[in-house]
Design a protein around this ligand. Sequence first.
Ligand SMILES: *Cc1c(COP(=O)(O)O)cnc(C)c1O
Length: 372
Amino acid sequence: MSTTFDRPVPRPGVLDIEAYVPGKSAAAPGVKVYKLSSNETPLGASPAAIAAFGSLRDKLELYPDGASTKLREAIGTRYGLDPARIVCGSGSDELLSLITSAYIGSGDEGIFTTHGFLVYKIAIMAAGGVPVVAEEKNLITDIDAILAKVTPRTKIVYLANPNNPTGTYIPFDEVKRLHAALPKHVVLVLDAAYAEYVRRNDYASGIELVATSENVVMTRTFSKIYGLAMLRLGWCYGPVGVIDALNRIRGPFNVNGPALEAGIAALNDEEHLAKALAHNDKWLPWLTAELEKLGIGVTPSVGNFLLLHFPKVPGKTAKDADAFLSSHGLVLRAVGAYGLPDCLRLTIGPDEANLKVVATLGAFMSGNTARA
Ligand SMILES: *Cc1c(COP(=O)(O)O)cnc(C)c1O
């Protein structure tokens, strides 16, 4: 029996997906806007990357190198990796989707944590799979909870380390413990979008685990500390089998030429990277301490953003804070879609924005909420 419809109908499950809603960028009219909602770097891209991007303006008729050869070589040199085991993508979002569609089919399960990155759930459902949520412990990934969710249908475990939007991380020993206990056919995706920001001796992005196993893939991005979010550029390092699968299903020219050139230049500009890191090292602890003094709960973060917890008191809620901040041009990220309705996520911004956030939230928390 076949049913006919009077218009195309997506595959079962597609219309159950809640589309990703990016951080907003607008605030009240007439005020200077600071976008602190998408974990973008306040330092901008490396000047060398901007120049490399511009150098292609007269060559837009040409197809880019579909194999991202020079960029993979540059990444290989920078991190000591075999370029043949790297795939570049249009943002790491594309790579997460490719990995998912290569390993998850109808009814297969993908596991992520309660406040894991929303893209995992979308990718799983788009592939016809079943999203499975493992509880966190105090907003931190709980390896045992993940392992308890593994079934014969599990195909992928997604681990953002550090995680967004919580900013928390787990030590590399824990990642290794998870890997050791997973069945060998399950892909472990280590999403290390914020790896460059982490200053902890017990942290590792996962390169060592990829190198020594056949089921671990690490994804990285140029969108965060490198400041190339608009160009959409990411890469992954994985075992030969996974890399082969991704190269078969990716678009033949999935990374654009300006992104490739800018990415190489950004990788080579170590001075710019150091500046971005120093800026974060200065403001992350300062903002954490100052906001806590105001009575706002702050989850300890190792990334370039903070998860702020507001009281459930009328007039003082996250929603109230969001409205007040917006009226002062400060755009934070509401994280209700992540199951955190009492929180806002704050990206570390430029100096003046960080100072203004503390001053504005100071006024908000003390009840002095008249329009400045
Ligand atoms: C920002 C982010 C990414 C990066 O996405 P791109 O597509 O590379 O811009 C990946 N994972 C997490 C957890 C992120 O926060």
